[in-house]
Design a protein. Structure first.
Lengths: 369, 244
């Protein structure tokens, strides 16, 4: 019987594999074994999909897969691609994180740009020029922990129902997971339009065990939370978006005494240790309850006299309020475009600055409103 | 003009603007049924799901401000809109009868109970033989009610507490010409975010998207009394909105 949790590493470079492995072993929890997939298994016949499944089963399965985008050097699997591995992970309900080389390399950018959660994968960066494998491993650990937290939540709650389907929507599950039952409709909006999101239900065969369906659902919720709900400001806000929403300059927002005023709005859910996030409603409620017009007035009323207002990146004479997803900077509503079809419906603070929009719109089939 | 595509287009724009205002709408498909087949001129216009359901969260600090404005605890607001209109297939504004019911439901998370906050129907109809409304009926009117004709089954099935609306006198309050497009615009005006409302309003002000009354009898009356019987909520006759 399997006692340890397992992280499976797909890395084809014989020189880099030990470095990454060592960093992961050092960073992952003590009850986690990190196993490299090195090929050369028993199965030599059949398609890559069927062979890799047999080799995977022979290894005892896994709880998390970390996979290089390029796997061409794995023995017995010439030209193996991450696509085969992600298909396996998808079928087994195992969260998978892909990585390319370098922080800003083409492959990583491409991975990031393609809405990873729709393709069911996390994206990691491996800065091989500086060989910062430890940083890479820390991020992998955060993702692993978040996914395990979500799986544990589902197992506990489905366990109460003795394996019977509860009939909850993904948004309902997510609202319970985040302990925010009052945001179920906005979560639903984040899921609407992304029809692929529910495709796992159709893909799940009748013979699948409830345990495996639980894993699949856990992986889906993990991708959704990481790459949609936390990524696109609306329900939660990242550091830049929080400052923009509250009409505070990033420098003002950075002050510990200012942050302390909004401590109650801090997000502490899964993946919350990677970057800082805040509940958007909570931030606004703190300001409203104090009777202030905006975060700037609130902070000043609390004695931070040197607080400075936010500035729109396009026209600094205007306050910001929103967040440009391309520049990752504060932007005003007037100088940005919202309701981008590629963004989740409920992410009303996630916008594109007008200059960026003009640049990318003709290539992305977007029309100027 | 194709009535089906006209209404479907209207509901799609409404849904998009609702989404931008943090309202979810699961189904907004139109249903047209011939009234006297096979050679029908008049059709009944309804929705595939029977009603339109707009849902939004209620929580402190939410952009919609409902928790603070209405003094409600955490929960969910659902606005049900149940339209039923008799319409000429080649002319979306030639409407013989219209009834649009609305119910505002509040789901209280703590109590796990749903209560009816507001129930009403907008009404308009003429008798077939004389093209005149019923005696002593305001031509277009609204009636407040705890049990709207078509929605009451849904309220009953969902065990909605209607106490708040019980005992309200059933009087007919004269209104503007509130068929489905006007009701949608009215709901948008009340609850959508300003940019989303302006977007919907711009669409409604587009060519032929906002109703004028073309029932035969009223058309004759309107010819005699221009600008006296225009439909219309106030916002439809204002100058064009500033682009936001």
């Amino acid at each position: 019987m399997k006692t340890k949790r397992t992280v499976l590493l797909f890395e084809d470079s014989k020189t880099e594999r030990p470095v990454i492995l060592a960093a992961l072993e050092k960073t992952m929890p003590k009850d986690v074994a990190v196993i490299p997939f090195i090929g050369g298994g028993n199965s030599k016949k059949g398609t890559y999909e069927s062979r890799i499944k047999k080799d995977f089963k022979a290894l005892g399965g896994a709880d998390f897969i970390i996979c290089d985008q390029d796997l061409s050097l794995i023995p017995d699997y010439p030209g193996l691609s991450a696509q085969v591995v992600t298909a396996l992970a998808y079928a087994e309900g195992i969260p998978v994180a892909l990585y390319g080389r370098g922080k800003e390399d083409f492959m990583t950018q491409r991975l990031k740009a393609r809405r990873p959660f729709l393709e069911r994968r996390f994206v990691l960066h491996l800065d091989h020029l500086n060989w910062d494998a430890e940083k890479f491993a820390v991020k992998a650990r955060i993702i692993f922990d978040g996914c395990q937290q979500i799986l544990g939540f589902l197992e506990r709650n489905l366990g109460k129902k003795k394996g019977k389907p509860i009939g909850w929507t993904p948004a309902k599950w997510m609202s319970q997971l985040l302990e925010r039952p009052q945001i179920v409709n906005r979560l639903d909006l984040y899921g609407s339009g992304d029809q692929q999101y529910l495709s796992w239900l159709i893909a799940s065969g009748k013979e699948d065990e409830p345990k495996q369906l639980t894993r699949v659902l856990a992986a889906e919720l993990s991708y959704w939370l990481w790459d949609s709900i936390l990524r696109f400001p609306g329900i939660t806000v990242n550091m830049v978006a929080a400052a923009s929403l509250l009409n505070l300059s990033p420098a003002t927002w950075d002050k510990p005494n200012v942050r302390a005023l909004f401590e109650a709005a801090k997000y502490h859910g899964p993946f919350g240790v990677d970057k800082e996030f805040w509940w958007r409603d909570e931030l606004q409620a703190i300001v409203r309850r104090a009777g202030a017009d905006d975060g700037l007035a609130f902070v000043k009323a609390k004695g931070v006299k040197a607080a400075v207002r936010s500035s729109c990146r396009v026209d600094p004479t205007l306050p910001a309020g929103c967040y440009c997803m391309l520049a990752e900077k504060p932007v005003s509503q007037a100088n940005s475009v919202g309701s981008i079809p590629y963004f989740p419906s409920g992410a009303d603070l996630a916008r594109i600055s007008r200059p960026e929009f003009k640049r990318v719109a003709p290539w992305a089939g977007l029309q100027m409103p | 003009m194709d009535v089906y595509n006209h209404y479907q287009g209207l509901l799609e724009v409404f849904t998009k603007c609702a989404n931008e205002s943090s309202f979810g709408i699961p189904d907004s498909r139109v249903k047209l049924t011939k009234l006297h087949p096979p050679a029908a001129t008049w059709y009944q216009l309804e929705l595939q799901a029977g009603y339109l359901s707009l849902k939004t969260d209620i929580s402190d600090g939410h952009i919609n401000g409902i928790a603070e404005a209405w003094g409600l605890p955490s929960g969910e607001l659902e606005i049900l809109i149940y339209p039923r209109e008799q319409i000429r297939i080649d002319d979306p504004w030639n409407i013989k009868r219209s009834q649009v019911e609305i119910a505002y439901l509040f789901y209280n998370i703590e109590l796990d109970k749903t209560a009816l906050l507001l129930g009403l129907h907008f009404d308009f109809g003429v008798k077939n033989d004389i093209d005149e409304p019923e005696v002593a009926h305001p031509l277009f009117h609204v009636t407040l009610t705890p049990s709207p004709m078509n929605l009451k089954g849904i309220l009953h099935h969902r065990k909605v507490d209607t106490t708040r609306m019980e005992g309200i006198p059933s009087v007919r309050l004269p209104t503007a010409h509130m068929t489905l497009p006007s009701v949608l615009l009215s709901v948008a005006a009340d609850h959508f975010q300003p940019a989303a409302f302006n977007k919907f309003l711009r669409y409604m002000r587009g060519e032929g998207n906002y109703p004028t009354m073309t029932n035969n009898l009223f058309e004759q009356r309107m010819k005699k009394q221009k600008n006296r019987m225009r439909s219309c909520a106030w916002y439809a006759d204002l100058p064009p909105v500033t682009v936001i």
